[in-house]
Design a protein around this ligand. Structure first.
Ligand code: ADP
Ligand code: MG
Length: 240
């Protein structure tokens, strides 16, 4: 589904991604872990061109999205993204947050989009919040709404950048639970997280990033039980 070839990204003279090669198959749940500043967010943001790669190629569903003639907006519709800080529009209601993109992009008529939004809110037990504004919600509610907002576009892959890092501890569970459900439904997912329990339980593959490179990748069992790279061993000894 996603193919990354020789990806480099520099900010000025700071080379942040140093040649990443990666293949992500349909249905995989790829979890990315690594120290702060190692390039995890930059990598994720390159996958849907929120950052422009300096070098290399990214292919998505058979199309090179790094090619100049590619219509990235079209492809981005198929890639849902969830951010650490939710990125909901504070001045729009919950329902408006969810229906905005599908209506604006002409994917759904207003009435149909509203129906989809209510169905999604119902699914997460928040149908009574349709007319509320994001500042009136808890962090866990906001993040679950951000997730279903992405789902309203019917994406083929969901990218998560530390979706629980900004949450109070008691709200982490409800967000991970929803992500687990998506995983069970077969969604292709790429998840940057520090939740090692989630990586172990839900991941089909865990990647360790450090200093702009993927230093190791394994199935979760081997990744946690038998890490090879000394930097990964050191990292795990600090976070587990
Ligand atoms: P991580 O998500 O693993 O913490 P990031 O991808 O956010 O790491 O950052 C990797 C490096 O790239 C850091 O040194 C960071 O300062 C730098 N960086 C990230 N985004 C930008 C940007 N927009 N401009 C300049 N430097 C950036
Ligand atoms: Mg980050």
């Amino acid at each position: 589904m996603i193919s990354v070839k020789g990806l480099e990204k520099a900010f000025g003279t700071n080379l942040v991604l140093k040649g990443i090669n990666e293949e992500i198959e349909k249905g995989e749940k790829v979890v990315i872990v690594g120290p702060s500043g190692s390039g995890k967010s930059t990598f994720l943001r390159c996958l849907n061109l929120l950052e422009t790669p300096t070098k290399g190629e990214i292919w998505f569903e058979g199309q090179e999205i790094t090619a100049p003639k590619c219509d990235i907006n079209k492809l981005r519709q198929k890639m849902g993204m969830v951010f650490q800080h939710f990125n909901l529009f504070p001045h729009l209601t919950v329902a408006e947050n969810i229906t905005l993109a599908p209506i604006k992009l002409g994917l759904q008529k207003a009435e149909q989009a509203q129906e989809t939004a209510l169905r999604l809110l119902n699914r997460i037990g928040l149908s009574d919040k349709a007319d509320a504004y994001p500042p009136q919600l808890s962090g866990g509610q906001k993040q679950r709404i951000a997730i279903v907002r992405a789902l309203a576009m019917n994406p083929d892959v969901m990218l998560f950048d530390e979706p629980t890092s900004a949450l109070d501890p008691e709200m982490v569970g409800e967000v991970l639970e929803l992500m687990k459900e998506l995983a069970l439904e077969g969604m292709t997912m790429v998840v940057v997280t520090h939740e090692m329990g989630f990586a172990r339980e839900v991941g089909t593959r865990v990647l360790f990033m450090d200093e702009g490179m993927i230093l190791e990748q394994q199935k979760p069992d081997a990744f946690f039980a038998n890490p090879q790279n000394p930097r990964l061993q050191d990292f795990l000894s600090k976070v587990l």
